[in-house]
Design a protein around this ligand. Structure first.
Ligand code: FAD
Length: 649
């Protein structure tokens, strides 16, 4: 695929300082960031041959990387700065004041490649709850974003192929002709099967498809939308995984690069996809009547590379993700020249954001927009580790000696030669359940005495906790494991109330911004995670998974942690809390008066020709995994732009 991409920046840009006014660097729309949403947006927009599109991506191709394609191997990329941005959060004062990494040291999963995080994520295709999107529509005051309407964008990207193995999935509600294949991974571990059976025993009803409109199903004793992705029966021979993943028939990851940037799309004369092109600035033009318009961007290969510029006739769309989109918006140059690309005198380093913050970094203010970078929210997760009595856990995948490497090579060969066969086909997060922490059946007061003050869900049928299993227990985001079989059960807080921010550390686009998610600053977040943690521990003592676990309290594992008090559990929560890699909402789609950055057409308030289209626009974080909604935002963004730019088509 790499052959279709442009890596010579002079092919689409002019030197930043040049006074050349030729048009080879002029496009109708410039998309900044070829990630999860960006690839979808650029591909859909360029379906209209009258719209010329330039897509600038900081990294290279994700599909060319074997570790991205093999479902289980993505974490092997985390250490490579060429493919993954290396971020740290600010110290988290409510999480034992530890420096929490986002991604953490030696382990940095914020993708820098085409496909973005869809190229390195765990592929779990659960999109959130219908109530989330009804809440979005209410916040922004536009029904186009409610579930009834926005669900069309999910269906549009989806390609689900019906299978007799999954007769309970209602295929009439699934997309069947979109570019993004969703299906089932080839590998499903024994521990995940046991997890699902134990969830059912605990009272979580089965849910054969997380992504439908239906609310609590059947005799469901819990009030939630998505209950448990589960098995078709309790007989383990009939167990089937129900975790839908972004996967194709060859058991290869489906990213938005592989799905949308196909050879026929890349052959379009009105689409240019450029790799290794980091946008360093958005360029603005201020007209005589005081209107500020985005008119182009500057970009470079790296910090020391030559700086180029391209012109946008109509729109610049930021798709850099929830960390980079606000960062790119901050340090922008304002051209006050009336013909910006004739003499292009970039007179003022300027910015869009809170004026006080911009002034702190001596960045003159283009537009005072206090919401930029604010409202950072992420899903915090706490892991519980168990020793698996079986010999099945794939500990060799975090090699501790030559024998492990030999095993890995054997499995890679099997995967490559036998159509994705074997354990490398696991996406790690094979099974999950979604629950409400206020469900009295699942969380009876005598077992779960800790008090939660506020309902943070998006509606009565939406969950606030996810309980999921990974086939291997690990620390350091997968870089370390015990030298014997293990697995983890995790409690993830789906609707945190704590809010943080992305702010600048300097005016340099090459310096990472400060990310402060402020984990656990809201007391309810701690209480919910204590409840979720205790649920994980109780689940671990429920058959059949209980029999799989060595319950001695050895080697820092959690076989006996259920004996701990809530106070002790709270300490564990604060010690272990980590990111589930779902930052959102830093350029929120919300009314200006409520800290919004974009309106319902994704237009940045107060600036013409500048939009944002990625997970940063989520008005609130979804109660689930964030890739699906990011792709759907890309789809919807394209529909909106096409209609706004070519209203008569
Ligand atoms: C390890 C991991 C596991 C995850 N697991 C799941 C999961 O199982 N299921 C799920 O639904 N979600 C999962 N997620 C979350 C999900 O993948 C993300 O929320 C989603 O992909 C974000 O999409 P985005 O378009 O907002 O940003 P991204 O996909 O991050 O795209 C941003 C793109 O912009 C580029 N870029 C940034 N700055 C610039 C610049 N200045 N110039 C040019 N290009 C730039 C980046 O290189 C990147 O390609 C996971 C994420 C990670 C990291």
């Amino acid at each position: 695929m790499t052959k279709y991409y442009i890596s010579d920046l002079s092919k689409v840009g002019l030197p930043a300082a040049s006074t050349d006014d030729s048009n080879h660097n002029t496009f109708d729309v410039i998309v900044v960031g070829g990630g999860t949403a960006g690839c979808a947006l650029a591909a859909r927009l360029s379906e209209d041959p009258s719209i010329s599109v330039l897509l600038l991506e900081a990294g290279g191709s994700g599909t060319s990387l074997l570790f991205s394609r093999i479902p289980s191997a993505y974490s092997k990329l985390f250490k490579n700065p060429k493919h993954v941005f290396q971020f740290y959060t600010e110290p988290q004062t409510d999480a034992q004041n530890e420096k929490k990494f986002w991604p953490r040291a030696l382990f940095r999963p914020k993708a820098k490649m085409l496909g973005g995080c869809s190229a390195i994520n765990a592929q779990m295709a659960q999109y959130g709850a219908p109530g989330d999107f009804d809440e979005w529509a209410k916040i922004i005051g536009d029904d186009a974003w409610n579930w009834a309407n926005f669900s069309g964008s999910f269906k549009k990207f989806e390609k689900y192929t019906a299978s007799t193995s999954y007769p309970d999935v209602d295929i009439s509600v699934k997309g069947s002709s979109g570019p993004v294949e969703v299906g089932y991974n080839s590998y499903y571990s024994e521990s995940s099967k046991d997890f699902v059976e134990s969830c059912v025993k605990k009272g979580i009803p089965m849910n054969h498809d997380f992504n439908t409109t239906k609310g609590p199903n059947g005799v469901n004793r819990i009030s939630m939308w998505s209950s448990c992705l589960a098995l078709s029966g309790t007989d383990s021979n009939s167990v089937r995984p129900f975790t839908v993943t972004y996967i194709n028939k060859d058991v290869s990851r489906v990213s938005t690069e592989s799905a949308y940037l196909t050879p026929d799309v890349l052959a379009r004369s009105n689409l240019k996809v450029v790799i290794n092109a980091s946008v360093t600035k958005v360029l603005f033009h201020k007209s005589g009547d005081g209107e500020t318009k985005a008119v182009g961007v500057e970009f470079a290969k790296d910090r020391n590379g030559k700086v180029w510029r391209a012109k946008a006739n109509e729109e610049v769309v930021l798709c850099g993700g929830a960390i980079h989109s606000p960062q790119v918006s901050y340090p922008i140059k304002l051209t006050v020249n009336r013909s910006p690309f004739n003499t292009l005198q970039l007179l003022l380093l300027s910015g869009v954001g809170a004026s006080a913050h911009l002034k702190e970094h001596k960045i003159p203010v283009v537009h005072d927009l206090p919401g930029v970078g604010q409202n950072l929210v992420d899903h915090p997760v706490v892991d519980f580790w168990f020793k698996d009595k079986s010999k099945l856990a794939p500990s060799f995948m975090v090699p501790s000696g030559p024998m492990d490497l030999v095993k890995t090579i054997k499995w890679v060969a099997l995967y490559l030669l036998k159509n994705g066969a074997g354990i490398l086909g696991t996406n790690w997060g094979e099974a999950a359940s979604f629950v409400r922490s206020d469900d009295p059946q699942l969380f009876p007061r005598d077992e779960y005495p800790i008090q939660v003050a506020k309902d943070s869900t998006s509606g009565p049928t939406s969950p606030d906790l996810e309980i999921f299993i990974t086939t291997l227990a690990y620390k350091k985001h997968g870089a370390w494991t015990w030298g014997f079989p293990t697995f983890s059960i995790h409690a993830c807080l789906l609707r945190p109330l704590s809010r943080g921010a992305v702010t600048l550390k300097s005016d340099s686009p090459w310096e990472h911004p400060a990310m402060d998610p402020k984990y656990l600053t809201d007391r309810d977040d701690v209480a919910r995670l204590v409840k979720g943690g205790r649920f994980c521990l109780n689940l671990a003592r429920t058959e059949p998974i209980s029999s799989r676990i060595d319950h001695t309290d050895a080697e820092g594992l959690d076989g006996n942690t259920y004996l701990k008090s809530d106070e002790e559990l709270e300490k564990i929560v604060r010690d272990r809390v980590q990111t589930l890699y779902h930052p959102t909402s830093t350029c929120r789609m919300a009314p200006l008066a409520e800290g919004g950055v974009v309106d319902s057409h994704l237009r940045v308030y107060g600036i013409k020709g500048l939009r944002v289209c990625d997970a940063s626009i989520f008005p609130e974080i979804v109660s689930g995994h964030t890739a699906g909604a990011s792709i759907a935002v890309g789809e919807k963004g394209a529909d909106i732009l096409k209609a706004d730019l070519r209203p008569n088509k």
